[in-house]
Design a protein around this ligand. Sequence first.
Ligand SMILES: Nc1ncnc2c1ncn2[C@@H]1O[C@H](COP(=O)(O)OP(=O)(O)O)[C@@H](O)[C@H]1O
Length: 177
Amino acid sequence: MATSKGPVIVVTGTPGTGKSTLAQMLASESPIVLRHINVGELVKEKKLYEEYDDDWQSYTVDEDKLLDELELIVADGGVILDWHTCDIFPERWPDLVVVLRCDHTIVWERLEKRGYPLKKIQENNEAEIMQVVLEDARSSYPAEIVVELQSQTTEDLESNVTRIIGWIEAWKNDHPA
Ligand SMILES: Nc1ncnc2c1ncn2[C@@H]1O[C@H](COP(=O)(O)OP(=O)(O)O)[C@@H](O)[C@H]1O
């Protein structure tokens, strides 16, 4: 749901695949102002959850509240939504959906460093192997806006930034202010 201010880009993928790293770089290098929304942080900050699950060390998100909050942000355009799931976002929202992929052993190491409990690491590791986020993205949005990108190395990161910045440039040319 782009506005004259800019497109709506979803950056999604299993936790640890590199969404926030990529989204921050995109926000700082984009030729148009893009607001980076780390949805997990927003949920905590605005208390858009039902409860905190101690076992899983994660929040049970109140999806209605979250969607109401995001609707206002998305309506403004020029936003990067960074979250480990994407299928709750309405189909009309994104102009581009980037799904980051990573070797599951690397995801495991990254989540271990983050101090996640073992069962949470195992669950995410399995989700990456089963490409759950990619399948969800493909079943929720038109094929032509869903892009799968590898995010294992610094070279991957640089080439992903270059590629998406190229897409933003093209979007800008197609939507003169
Ligand atoms: N393409 C990459 N190559 C190497 N390390 C990366 C890459 N992307 C992310 N990382 C590292 O992996 C860790 C997790 O990245 P982060 O962006 O927090 O993932 P996410 O937001 O998907 O949970 C961080 O330590 C980050 O520096």
